[in-house]
Design a protein around this ligand. Structure first.
Ligand SMILES: Cc1cc2nc3c(=O)[nH]c(=O)nc-3n(C[C@H](O)[C@H](O)[C@H](O)COP(=O)(O)OP(=O)(O)OC[C@H]3O[C@@H](n4cnc5c(N)ncnc54)[C@H](O)[C@@H]3O)c2cc1C
Length: 404
């Protein structure tokens, strides 16, 4: 006989979007379960630099966009959670830096002050005196300027662990979902999805199905064939540097263009190494380079920006990753988070880790407005299914594999 399970809401995808949503749904009284086909956080989420943007990076273009406005509320919302006072208790998640910095490698003087005034964000950008610069910029050879931004940087792998903690009974590992396993009725409503694991199959029904599967949303998009639900991928070529020194740095470097020339965050491996994780324009420009060429570009950039540091003995690693997002005209960066409701299906992308609370709120409002009537819950057939593993931080994977 066919094995079945049911819940009010079934979520596909255990990155930040799915896990934040699962927490909010269960707190709000919905029966909800989540299926993950890889590892928890192992898509884009674990590759994030952990910056809870306040909109500054986007205002580098000199215009305060809708994106910047939505973003500007995020640091405070996350701070509440990190202090145990917000919508989810994240008091066990370390704040790697209580502020992010912006540095100009040379003095911009009045031009820079004018830029900040133009960006209408002066209250959130503070010019620092040298004694308050991050340690790496205290060096006499640093001739630029440093500003602090209203942005925090958090430990993403621990964030994911904490979001999973209270939901271990509701998170299940599955094999990759095929679109043939999705059963629709004549009105386009998704009736059930059959999920597989280690030779077992369970047909799962729900009142609402939510796809927060990042690039994996392609499965449902193919099936829906709706012109206004499409995905784009924007690749990045990220670089990690195991440094021979211990300077914690969380900062965007102001370049000539609209994007930060380089964005640095700092992470520590389990065996105590310090890793600088590099994004920004460097990662955007590196998408057509092989790893060796990208690493060489990163070495040269670091040596130009930090001539007083010696990177000769630093270890480098790089990897490519796609940002999976709703399709935009000309492949542009989306303005904000995205949800699309089609019958009882929601397709969602946060587009930024920082926007996961906003995305979950919008989905919750959608479900509350849909007035789910029955309270479906029968997961007996899933009880013996494994939980997906937590993903390994990318810097552990790159530099500590042999130690494990
Ligand atoms: C290099 C990089 C740096 C970034 N830095 C930042 C930053 O500093 N700050 C910020 O706010 N944002 C940042 N972002 C953006 C942010 O990481 C993403 O917007 C966010 O993590 C997306 O989360 P998600 O849950 O939608 O997707 P993912 O994290 O990709 O999660 C999707 C999950 O779904 C699973 N899955 C796929 N298919 C299926 C299926 N069929 N069934 C079940 N599960 C499935 C995958 O295995 C994966 O675990 C960064 C992104 C990148 C790539």
């Amino acid at each position: 006989m066919k094995k079945v399970a049911a819940a009010d809401v079934v979520i596909f995808g255990g990155g930040i979007a799915g896990l934040w949503l699962l927490n909010r749904l269960r707190q709000s009284g919905f029966s909800a379960i989540l299926f993950e086909s890889g590892s928890l956080g192992g898509g884009q989420t674990h590759k994030a630099q952990g910056i809870i943007h306040g909109g500054m990076k986007y205002a580098l273009q000199g215009v305060l966009s809708a994106d910047s406005k939505a973003m500007s509320e995020m640091p405070e919302r996350w701070r509440q959670c990190l202090q145990g006072k917000g919508e989810i208790d994240l008091s066990a998640v370390p704040v790697l830096s209580s502020q992010h910095y912006l540095w100009a490698p040379t003095k911009f003087g009045s031009k820079l002050a004018g830029f900040f005034a133009g960006a209408a964000l002066t209250s959130k950008v503070e010019s620092l005196s040298k004694e308050h610069y991050p340690a790496v910029f205290q060096h006499p050879d640093f001739k630029g300027e440093v500003f602090s931004l209203d942005e925090i940087v958090i430990d993403v792998p621990i964030l994911i662990r904490e979001l999973v903690k209270a939901n271990q009974d509701a998170v299940f590992k599955i094999e990759p979902l095929c679109d043939e396993e999705l059963k629709f009725d004549d009105h386009g409503k998704l009736v059930s999805a059959t999920v597989y694991m280690a030779g077992k199959a369970v047909e799962v029904s729900a009142q609402q199905f939510v796809f927060t599967a990042g690039a994996g949303n392609e499965v449902i998009i193919r099936k829906l064939k709706q012109p206004d639900v499409a995905m784009q991928r924007r690749p990045l070529h990220m670089v990690m540097v195991k440094t021979p020194f211990n300077y914690p740095l969380y900062a965007h470097c102001l370049g000539l263009g609209a994007r930060p020339r380089i964005t640095v965050t700092t992470h520590h491996t389990q065996n105590g190494s310090t890793v600088w994780y590099l994004g920004g324009q460097l990662a955007e420009d590196g998408i057509h380079k092989d790893s060796a060429t990208q690493i060489q570009a990163a070495r040269e950039e670091l040596q130009t920006l930090f001539p007083w540091l010696d990177f000769a003995t630093a270890e480098f690693a790089s990897f490519m990753i796609d940002r999976a997002e709703p399709k935009q005209k000309g492949g542009m960066k989306p303005e904000t988070s995205f949800i699309k409701v089609i019958e009882n299906i929601i397709v969602a992308w946060p587009t930024k880790l920082a926007l996961a609370p906003k995305l979950a709120e919008e989905i919750l409002q959608q479900l509350q407005a849909a007035h789910l009537t029955q309270h479906l819950f029968d997961i007996r057939e899933l009880r013996s299914w494994p939980m997906p593993p937590l993903a390994m931080p990318v810097w552990e994977d790159a530099f500590c594999k042999s130690a494990g």
